[in-house]
Design a protein around this ligand. Structure first.
Ligand code: X8Z
Ligand code: ZN
Length: 601
């Protein structure tokens, strides 16, 4: 099963389920421990079947695979409803610690809980399958009839510096989502009902409840973390806006206004490293063009994947099983529609882990491969946990593993791999490198935060269906300081043009991951005995750091996440100070650079 990101059946048995067994049958007939044991066994079988249907659907989008996937998903939803009903009966019973944790995890539900009604379950499953399929098959056909798929549109956004061309592809891709706006609204109604049936106020309450603390406390906690990094984001925003204004003109990018969303090198303005050329502090100092090296050296999809694997094995983690390479999809098929958005799947309980990624030969994709393998190594390392404990300590942990490795892909590491010609040791080179990283890691933070701020408000009814788009742009402006480059209206559904909305993947996990990966990086560098500045540390080849990482992965979600955090970092909290510390040189540089500028929007 694709755990952390797949829509309907989130994880192993916790969200899959088998409807056929009426709740009453289990009443009083088995202990809590026996119940957990049975659910795990039944869940594992069902899981395999559902994974197979979903895998085929995602790698072969047709009306037929929609039917098969929706049907399988429906069975999963039904199993989940039944499981939760039964689990509730054990809430106040006495039981051992592991069983109590298992029951608690079961009661968290999934990202799309179904109401206790067969008709609604079928409707929910088919809406989710259909929306993801429409997104996956999306294309933009221009007036002259040429059609472009998402990856081609993304590459125009990354490379073009022509304002109108950028605008054309930006608005073109956003034609994918209005056709499923009504379906999304219906999804919200049904899943909200499901959340209520599971005992939550609404779906936002359920999503926020997955972090070993009360929902309200978690919401505050996530906002506290945003508060820690916001001032640094505002400095970066100010500097980048100034550079864009010089490039496109102050009429197009006014200095006291939000930045037009199509100029940041990314379809969703979520990471900005593609405009490093515009934002480069010291022109030409220490070239960081890894893409050029990959292309020149003739890397293909397989060699890219093996390069990522080699980092993990250098830490002493095991090689990937042969089946990984046989069964994964790492190349975009030419003859059919697939969901290209990268994902990692735990099929058959750790025995058949796979990724699905339309790998292109560039640096961003190499990083994404490390991200995906982070998930895969989690699956492999918690393989022997009971199914109910297979999962990240929380979902942000699962997202953070591969990204933590990315932080060790320093210039020194890249040189060792022959992917940059030389390392340059100077203050200017440091600032350049930090800028490139910040355009990726700092620019992302408000985006990572606002997506679920929007969904939380949609689920709670604070943003009503008739305000979906206005609510979206209100939050885009508030958090990111960006604005739509052309007039938008409620005929649009701009949130839906981001994969995780039709794919129904919660997004706060990525926000948390982007904060925690720096905490993890620091902890692993400490374990490796590294003493220099954090941004120059690479744990490549270090078995002590590897052991620490492997131990974290092997815990799965068997314990509340603060325990896992403590084992890894010595701290029991998520904390933005490591990311701020990492970027100390750039932060200081930006403050001087922005002096006298009118920052903010
Ligand atoms: O969706 C992903 C991964 C799969 S879990 C490729 N990410 C987010 C995104 O692309 O929006 C990774 C970082 C953010
Ligand atoms: Zn991921």
């Amino acid at each position: 099963m694709k755990t952390t990101y797949l829509s309907i059946v989130v994880l192993a048995l916790m969200t899959v389920a088998c409807a056929e067994r009426p709740v009453e049958q289990s009443e009083m007939t088995e202990t809590a421990k026996q119940f957990v044991q049975r659910i795990q066994e039944e869940g594992a079988v069902l899981n395999k079947e559902i994974s197979a249907a979903y895998w085929v659907r995602s790698t072969y989008i047709t009306p037929d695979t929609a039917i098969l996937a929706a049907k399988a998903g429906e069975r999963g939803l039904s199993f989940a409803s039944s499981m939760v009903k039964q689990a509730k009966q054990y809430r106040d019973s006495t039981m051992d610690q592991d069983t109590a944790r298992a029951i608690e995890l079961m009661l968290r539900g999934s990202s799309a809980p179904a109401p206790d009604d067969a008709g609604l379950r079928a409707e929910l499953s088919s809406i989710l399958t259909d929306m993801e399929g429409q997104y996956g098959a999306g294309k933009y056909c221009s007036d002259v009839g040429d059609c472009m798929e998402l990856q081609e549109l993304e590459s125009v956004l990354a490379q073009s510096r022509d304002y109108d061309e950028l605008l054309d592809v930006w608005q073109g891709w956003r034609q994918v989502s209005p056709p499923y706006r009504k379906q999304y609204q219906r999804f919200v109604e049904i899943a909200n009902q499901g959340a209520k049936d599971f005992g939550y106020k609404h779906l936002a309450d359920l999503w926020q409840g997955g972090y070993d603390m009360e929902s309200e406390v978690f919401v505050e906690e996530s906002r506290r973390l945003w508060g820690q990094v916001k001032p640094f984001y505002e400095e970066l925003h100010c500097y980048v806006r100034g550079q864009l204004s010089e490039t496109y003109g102050a009429d197009k990018v006014p200095l006291n206004q939000p930045i037009p969303a199509h100029l940041l090198g990314n379809m969703w303005s979520q990471t900005w490293d593609n405009i490093y050329g515009i934002a480069e502090p010291y022109s030409g100092v220490a070239s960081l063009d890894v893409t050029k090296a990959l292309v020149e050296q003739g890397y293909d999809e397989l060699r890219m994947t093996k390069t990522a694997e080699a980092f993990f094995t250098s830490l002493g983690l095991p090689s990937l099983p042969e089946s990984f390479y046989t069964n994964s999809m790492i190349k975009k098929p030419r003859d059919r529609n697939v969901v290209c958005h990268a994902s990692a799947w735990d099929i058959d309980n750790g025995n058949d882990p796979r990724i699905k990624q339309c790998v292109e030969i560039n640096e961003e994709q190499l990083e994404t491969l490390h991200h995906e393998l982070g998930h895969i190594y989690y699956y492999i390392m918690y393989k022997d946990q009971p199914s109910v404990f297979k999962g990240g300590a929380h979902d942000g942990f699962h997202e953070a593993i591969g990204d933590t490795i990315q932080l060790s892909m320093t210039p020194a590491y890249l040189k060792q791999k022959g992917l940059i010609a030389e390392t340059v040791d100077s203050d200017q080179a440091t600032i350049n490198k930090q800028m490139k990283m910040a355009l990726q890691k700092i620019a992302f933070l408000p985006f990572g935060k606002m997506i679920d701020e929007w969904r939380w408000q949609v689920f709670s009814g604070e943003i009503p269906p008739e305000d979906y788009n206005a609510g979206w742009w209100r939050l885009r402006e508030e958090y990111q300081g960006i604005a739509a480059p052309i007039e938008r209206s409620e005929a649009d559904f701009d949130a839906g043009a981001k994969y995780h909305i039709p794919g129904n993947t919660p997004y706060t996990r990525y926000f948390l991951s982007f904060i925690m990966q720096f905490q993890f990086h620091k902890a692993l560098c400490d374990a490796a005995g590294y003493e220099g500045p954090l941004h120059e540390c690479s744990i490549y080849g270090n078995k002590v750091a590897g052991k620490k990482l492997g131990d974290l992965l092997a815990m799965g979600q068997s314990k509340p996440w603060p325990d896992a955090m403590e084992a890894m970092t010595g701290q029991r909290e998520m904390d933005g100070s490591a990311i701020i510390d990492y970027f100390a040189p750039l932060n200081a540089w930006l403050k001087i650079e922005n002096e006298g500028q009118q920052c903010g929007w």
